[in-house]
Design a protein around this ligand. Sequence first.
Ligand code: GLN
Length: 310
Amino acid sequence: MVIMTASTTFQPVLERIAEEIERTPGRGRPADYIPALAARDPRRFGMAVAEPDGTVYGVGDWREPFSAQSLTKVFTLALDLAREGDALWEHVGREPSGNPFNSLVQLEYENGIPRNPFINAGALVVTDRLHTRTGDASGELLAFLRAESGNPDLSFDEEVAASEAAHGDRNAALGHFMASYGNIDNPVPVLLDEYFRQCSITASCADLALATTFLARHGVRADGTRLLTRSQAKQINAIMLTCGTYDAAGDFAYRVGLPGKSGVGGGIIAVVPGRCALCVWSPGLDERGNSVAGMAALDRFTTLTGLSVF
Ligand code: GLN
């Protein structure tokens, strides 16, 4: 057990976790419903921890860019919540769905109001609202991620965006269905283009751990300005805990015990409020779309360090 104190660096615990993961067989399979993601090697593994002052520790492929996919839903939510506040919650709920991330079934029973902002339907609503407010949802998101990570080279991966658009019938169905209930403002093709571009953003564990530190700082950005109230930062952390890994959120809370958000590119971000933000990447997924080695690594991190919200 390596119980952390404020002055201990995270490097030894990251190295221990990487060694353990290296010895663990079974990595799941990369997402293949977006063909451009299918080619990644499931043995790749990286992990980074960023402290609120911008210090970053990392191990393995922690500087390797990967497809952020649904990790971006956390940042889009923060950007929209900062602008419109609680009015957002008239258009999207805050309850776990207990269903896969791209499920359609609840939407009809619940009159086109998605369960939460982290399933695809909910993220489409948040993107739509941010786009209405800014005229450039994906540009706002990219600018935010560049500023928080300190990496001006972050960009969209047009090949991944095009690959997803070409196989995006399910997201298109979600968009059109919600539009039929009046819950989407922009033309659905415009919304889908914005959404796919956001998902395609390519960034490393180091970039994404740093970009997530505003939640560890209770809503304060890297430059010291406040994006969210302390209460809003708490709310986003709570939604990450209950909804961030879809129908595995209960298992994630049980094993990891942190606010977290997964993406089908194999990334998971997590927050230890007041202490640090983490990002782990390994492209092999379980059947619920969460990185197998990523879940295992975060499980070991909170077990070894004693850092969890519980
Ligand atoms: N772009 C992916 C999709 O919409 C994001 C899903 C995910 O990362 N869970 O299907």
